[in-house]
Ligand binder design. Structure first.
Ligand SMILES: NC(=O)c1ccc[n+]([C@@H]2O[C@H](COP(=O)([O-])OP(=O)(O)OC[C@H]3O[C@@H](n4cnc5c(N)ncnc54)[C@H](OP(=O)(O)O)[C@@H]3O)[C@@H](O)[C@H]2O)c1
Length: 297
């Protein structure tokens, strides 16, 4: 299948593009920045807010992975009007399937950014196209960036009453690729990480992994969205779920040594292949979608 990926340059897009290629699909990747085609990825320029370039991007496409977002601070500009534009043009182009990435709890707690995700979900479900909605919990990579933003503070304000269920983008991408291959589910599917941690566990694990020491001050975050999170509305017990824990993402376990003596002793100690990865966000293309749980060969 030829699959158009919006948001291909984003955190999840960087993992989904290689996952789709690995599954044997052709990828057309949309970005507001012009890029040269690379390998098997055809890059197209387009902007979902103005609609420029979107019609052209949809030509000959069998499915859309609609990941683009203007995020929590973007006031839904891409999620709502951008999704509307995409759906109208996709319908005109006769695209059979659109997969939209939403957030776990969008239907249960339509506050803040989740309100825009729910609006977009409804447009997708009523678009007349075959559709799948994948509602994921917060990504490891996003939480890691958010905590890094606070690292320079002398103390961290932590609300112990909030449950988090972080999930790895590599695993979300694998799930999304499988759903795209399967065709329209015409329903919303939730996908979360393997554990539920409170904010303090989350922050302390992160501080330890980064070798930092900061006092954690107990606070209560205000607002309806945090209230919904506190009530457990943003986590999910849907199966399957991710397997990579927050701790293993931050501190990837050392590879289990092979029984094969030759393969253990042929790599030079200075070879990049034998160096531990320092930063889980280090990316070659899309980065840690390449993470694999160590297994005994
Ligand atoms: N982050 C999380 O923890 C999380 C959790 C659950 C679900 N999700 C959902 O997963 C999806 C992907 O999230 P993400 O964190 O990977 O996003 P991200 O890293 O913030 O990337 C946003 C992407 O949107 C594209 N974009 C922004 N404005 C655009 C516009 N006007 N026209 C076309 N493209 C535009 C950007 O592409 P260019 O800059 O190249 O144009 C970029 O690739 C989103 O639907 C998000 O709501 C995220």
């Amino acid at each position: 299948m030829r699959i158009l990926v919006t948001g291909a340059t984003g955190t999840l897009g960087g993992a989904l593009v290689p996952a789709l290629l690995k599954a044997g699909h052709e990828v057309r990747a949309l970005s507001r920045t012009k890029r040269d085609d690379r390998g098997n990825v055809e890059w197209v320029w387009g902007d979902l807010i103005s609609g420029n370039g979107v019609r052209e991007a949809l030509g000959g496409v069998d499915a859309i992975a609609h990941l683009a977002t203007s995020g929590r601070k973007g006031r839904g500009a891409v999620d709502v009007p951008g999704t509307r534009t995409l759906l109208i043009l996709a319908r005109a182009a006769g695209v059979p399937h659109v997969l939209f990435t939403s957030m776990a709890g969008a239907d249960r707690a339509p506050y803040g950014h989740l309100r825009h995700k729910l609006q977009a979900e409804r447009m997708v479900a009523e678009s007349g196209l075959g559709w799948t909605i994948l509602r994921a919990t917060p990504f490891h990579q996003w939480l890691n960036r958010r905590l890094s933003d606070y690292a320079s503070l002398p103390a961290l304000a932590v609300d112990r009453s909030l449950p988090w269920q972080p999930v790895h983008t590599g695993e979300v991408a694998t799930r999304a690729a499988a759903l795209l291959s399967a065709g329209p589910a015409n329903r919303a599917i939730e996908y979360g990480g393997p554990q539920i941690l409170n904010t303090e566990d989350l922050v302390r694990t992160w501080l330890r992994a980064r070798g930092l020491r900061r006092p954690c001050l107990s606070v209560r975050y205000p607002g309806r969205l945090y209230g919904a999170q506190r009530a457990g509305l943003l986590t999910t017990d849907a199966a399957p779920k991710g397997e990579i824990s927050w701790h293993d993402y931050l501190v990837p376990p050392a590879p289990v040594l092979s029984d094969d003596f030759a393969s253990e002793h042929t790599a030079s100690p200075t070879s990049p292949a034998t160096q531990p990865e320092q930063d889980p966000d280090l990316r070659v293309y899309g980065g840690d979608e390449g993470y694999e749980r160590p297994t005994r060969s």
